[in-house]
Write a protein that binds this ligand. Structure first.
Ligand SMILES: [Zn+2]
Length: 147
C-alpha cells in the first residue's frame, strides 16, 4: 500500500481513537499517527541497501521496478517472497509491546504499527500477494543463515 494511503487511513484511525478517548494525551495521538506510516521506513532502508543511494526518489524508483518484476513473476505463476521488512515482522511488534510495559508511550506506537500491518495484510490479500512477505524475523534469519 502506498505511503499516502497509510497517512490517510492513519489520520482517520487517530481521529477515531481521539473520539473514543477524548482525554487522551495529544502526544500519544501524535505517536500513534506517526507510527501508522513511519513503520514503512524499513522499505527505505531496504532500497538504500540495494541501490546504495540515499535519495527517496531513487527508493520510489526501486520499488516501481521491483513491482514490475514481481508482476512478471506473478504472471508466470511464480510465487516468490519479496524484500525483508524488519519493522513489519511479528517479532518486532512483540518487542515493542513488551517494551511498552516499561515505557508506556510505546504502546501507542505499537497500536499504530498494528493498524498499519493490518492494512498491509488486507491490501496484499486483496491483490493476491500475501505470499510476498516474510512475516517472521526468525524465519528470515534461518533462511539467510542456511543460504
Ligand atoms: Zn507497510
Amino acid at each position: 500500500m502506498l505511503p499516502r494511503w497509510h497517512i490517510f487511513y492513519g489520520a482517520i484511525f487517530t481521529l477515531v481513537i481521539w473520539a473514543i478517548i477524548p482525554t487522551i494525551n495529544p502526544f500519544y495521538l501524535g505517536l500513534l499517527f506517526l507510527a501508522s506510516f513511519l513503520i514503512d521506513f524499513d522499505h527505505y532502508i531496504e532500497a538504500v541497501l540495494h541501490t546504495k543511494k540515499l535519495s527517496l526518489f531513487k527508493a520510489f524508483d526501486y520499488y516501481k521496478s521491483l513491482q514490475q518484476r514481481e508482476q512478471e513473476s506473478y504472471k508466470k505463476g511464480l510465487r516468490k517472497k519479496g524484500e525483508f521488512y524488519i519493522f513489519h515482522t511479528v517479532e518486532f511488534h512483540l518487542f515493542i509491546v513488551l517494551l511498552s510495559i516499561f515505557f508506556p508511550f510505546l504502546f501507542y506506537i505499537f497500536l499504530g504499527m498494528v493498524f498499519h500491518s493490518l492494512l498491509d495484510i488486507l491490501d496484499m490479500v486483496r491483490k493476491d500477494r500475501f505470499y510476498t512477505r516474510e512475516y517472521f524475523f526468525f524465519n528470515w534469519l534461518r533462511k539467510i543463515s542456511s543460504s
